[in-house]
Ligand binder design. Sequence first.
Ligand code: CU
Length: 87
Amino acid sequence: MLTFEVKDMTCGHCVSTITKALKAADKDARIEIDLATHRVRVQPAETQADELADAIREAGYTPVAVSQPAVEPAKPATAGGCCGGCR
Ligand SMILES: [Cu+2]
């Protein structure tokens, strides 16, 4: 899943324009758009991230690739007990 932040996507019309542009670039892509956070998530079928970014740009918007947070960040090891001074 690729994520772009498109700050100039501001209404439902923008959403449909971007959806159409992405579908034109990759008709089998899965597209999820969250207008509130200006996020466009795309699961491409046959395109690369830069082609999708180009499609958004050509539609008149400014995509910024957002790197996905990796899986869960590892928990910091919790100290099991106390230091010697607690005894
Ligand atoms: Cu709009």
